[in-house]
Design a protein around this ligand. Structure first.
Ligand code: ZN
Length: 416
């Protein structure tokens, strides 16, 4: 049994609790006690604010390579960015060893940012490399294998939805990895294929994800192909339910918002800004993703949902810090098929992130305001500790096993 003493811990309320002792028994939290003034003997002292580990519900790890390389195009769009991404994807998809190195370094960067669980939306079909990468980086993984039948580049495409299912059934996962299914988008999968993937996921109780209405052109393509907008089309084929996550969900009609009200919406605001997608208004339970990994900082993703909304509506306060922190933790875990994670309570997974309050961004924060300060002003760089299943993966801002900047530099250079 290991124990942690948290100066402050977010247990679900607007104001954090002080002096919280969390005892781990294996992977899970055994007990939680509040109001303990001093660390008990042998407990690991966590100064600052401790939250449940963060869940990054939507990532394409290989796209980390594009950071800083797509910004000089003037008058561009999602579609001009996609040309650069396809070029990289063709290289990465044909070389699993180089892809694995980038994914390991990127997942380790996520660990340093306080992310204990990543949903890797994989349409390069390099599952072995992704599973090893997450294991080596010390974080949990939901491998969301995406069915992709049409368009894109050859490396993305499955021969059929049946071939996709056979490939997925053969995937081997380690201890801290689970499986998810995805319909890449209504652009990339035909109606019969989408129905097969939906049934496969439902029969096996897997989380099912899809890119939904990121760009207006996708809606036009869906109307031509399916005679319906994307969420309507997916609902008709059996995709939409409580285990469904609509990624982006940017350009929804009112009836689509009603259809998705019982599902998850995963917003990826820094990517949606970067690609000029638009401002989303998520229905259902909100989750968050770093998507293209142009930035890896879930505090930025969380506040962006609210701050972008303020720009669009001229109203301050649609999503409060508790709602945004829940999106970054419990909702992300549930969206990725780990409903037992994302909370600090007995029986939950012992995944914890600690944010220091003594750095230049957060010094002076009153204990009662710590959650608001972390969500609206904190940064990945303020993360000091990450614990995954009771094991300390990041301590004092350093990864336990990997030289993360060194690995990123080498892996990105090798893919360029
Ligand atoms: Zn995506």
């Amino acid at each position: 049994v290991s124990a942690f003493w948290c100066e402050l811990a977010w247990l679900g309320d607007a104001e954090p609790a002080a002096g919280v002792v969390i005892e781990a028994g294996g992977e899970r939290i055994g007990s939680v006690r509040v109001g303990v003034a001093e660390p008990p003997p042998g407990a690991i002292r966590l100064a600052g604010l401790t939250l449940p580990g963060l869940a990054n519900a939507h990532s394409h790890a290989f796209q980390r390579t594009l950071r800083g390389r797509t910004q000089r195009v003037l008058g561009g769009s999602f579609w001009t960015w996609r040309e650069q991404m396809y070029e990289l994807a063709a290289t990465a998809g044909s070389d699993p060893a180089r892809l694995e190195a980038v994914a390991r370094a990127t997942f380790a960067e996520m660990a340093l940012a306080g992310i204990s669980l990543v949903g890797e939306f994989d349409y390069l079909h390099c599952s072995d490399a992704i599973v090893r990468a997450a294991h080596d980086a010390g974080i949990r993984l939901t491998l969301i294998d995406a069915c992709y039948l049409e368009g894109g580049i050859p490396a993305f495409r499955d021969a059929s939805a049946e071939a996709w299912a056979l490939r997925v059934l053969a995937i081997e996962l380690g201890d801290r990895a689970r499986l998810g299914a995805a319909i890449h988008s209504v652009r990339a999968v035909d109606p019969a294929g989408a129905a097969i993937v939906s049934r496969f996921a439902r029969d096996r109780q897997l989380p099912l994800h899809a890119h939904v209405s990121e760009q207006p052109a996708e809606i036009e393509a869906s109307l031509r192909r399916y005679g319906a907008t994307p969420a309507n089309a997916l609902a008709r084929l059996g995709a939409v339910g409580p285990d469904f996550t609509a990624v982006h969900a940017t350009h929804l009609t009112p009836d689509e918002r009603a259809i998705l009200a019982g599902s998850f919406s995963c917003l990826c605001p820094t990517t949606e800004r970067d690609l000029a997608d638009g401002i989303g208004e998520p229905p259902g339970r909100l989750a968050l993703g770093s998507d293209s990994n142009a930035l890896i900082d879930l505090f930025e993703e969380a506040r962006a949902v609210e701050l972008d909304r303020r720009l669009g509506t001229l109203v301050r306060g649609t999503y409060d810090a508790v709602t945004l922190a829940t999106a970054a933790t419990a909702n992300g875990y549930a969206s990725l098929g780990w409903p037992e994670g994302g909370r600090i309570e007995p029986g939950a997974l012992c995944d914890l992130v600690t944010v220091g309050l003594d750095g230049v961004r957060l010094a002076g924060t009153r204990p009662t305001d710590a959650l608001d300060a972390v969500i609206f002003a904190g940064a990945a760089a303020d993360v000091t500790h990450l614990c995954v299943g009771g094991r300390v993966v990041v301590a004092a801002g350093r990864h336990a096993d990997l030289d993360v900047p060194g690995e990123l530099a080498a892996a990105i250079a090798a893919l360029s």
